[in-house]
Design a protein around this ligand. Sequence first.
Ligand SMILES: *Cc1c(COP(=O)(O)O)cnc(C)c1O
Length: 394
Amino acid sequence: MWNFPTRAQPPPRLLLGPGPSPVEPRIYEAMARPIVGIFDAYLSGLLDAIQERLRLAFGTTNAFTLAVPGTGSAGMETAVSNIVEPGMKLAVFANGFFCDRISEMGRRYGAGVVRLEKPWGDVFSAEEAAAFIHREKPHVVAYVHGETSSGACQPGRSICRAAREADAVVIADCVTTLGALPVAVDETGVDLAYSCSQKGLGAPPGLAPVTISPRAIERIRARGTVNPSWYLDARLLEQYFFTPRRYHVTVPVSLYYALDEALTIVAEEGLGNRFERHHRNHLAFVAGIEAMGLRMHVAPEHRLWPVNTPLVPAGIDDVKVRVRLLETHGIEILGGLGPLAGKVFRVGLMGAGSTRENVVTLLGALEECLGEQGFRPRSSAVEAAEESYTAAVA
Ligand SMILES: *Cc1c(COP(=O)(O)O)cnc(C)c1O
């Protein structure tokens, strides 16, 4: 007998990890509406409106701007697979987990990958970026704007300037930053940027916004080999995402309803206000963390607002803390990856999760869970966070 109870009864969770971020009820409601066919004029209008607002969020006028079906990594693979051809040189600024993923994709698509390495949490200076690019003379350069694994924000302007001088195109991973802080694709000079639906934008996972500059599109059109990825081939994607819309794949209609609603929320708030909110809550969280006597892994001027990486204090088991946070408070945060495993907590204050209430709730819960392992806070984290908000208003 087919007699299983439904499993889709998720426990209540406050998602304050490095993604996915909390989804507002309005977005779930949008997803619950009936789907239409993929050539329906209604969906066509919705997709156009999504693409127009993605241009605003990316800070670009690139015609090729759309949301690819798939997660953030599908965005990454769209960028890499379309611009890399076998035998090309791909230069990667390597200071975290996702830089390694880009390198791995580059190798799979036949690039010779060269890397400039830095410890996770550090960023590259303008001089280091320029020297590396001028020395290597790559075809393609890649960097991660917001390294979710380390909590560091890599500025792109000097990378893009040096790449231009070397006639290289630039890939920027904006998976964690889109919708949470300015990515300014055109102003920075990025050629291929991608993101995801589930972090700064606050929709469920499943779509990957991608934008490609006319300069990079020209190179893609001039390729001597076809993209080995059929699914992510820009030349096939654009057949559906732009008129006269020919069939490529059956796009996940409900996810576009969700992304449309998420972008409506972004527009209602205003991008500037949204960035400011992420900044303010980041600062209050850091004030609380430091008041407790913990330290942040990343130097103040390089910290990401949506992903915060406080160091695990000596003698504390980070897994136990996270298990207690989840079991007794229903709060999800994550731990470090690779070289930062056991060394940092990864706290996401992104999208709808970046609120004063969440900062205060999390700091209180964190104090309690650290206290269970004998940690004694230097002073009250919650009070310091509250003071930070008051100071910001004054
Ligand atoms: C989350 C993330 C990705 C991967 O996105 P998925 O949605 O997990 O595929 C890539 N790069 C960065 C910087 C990320 O934070």
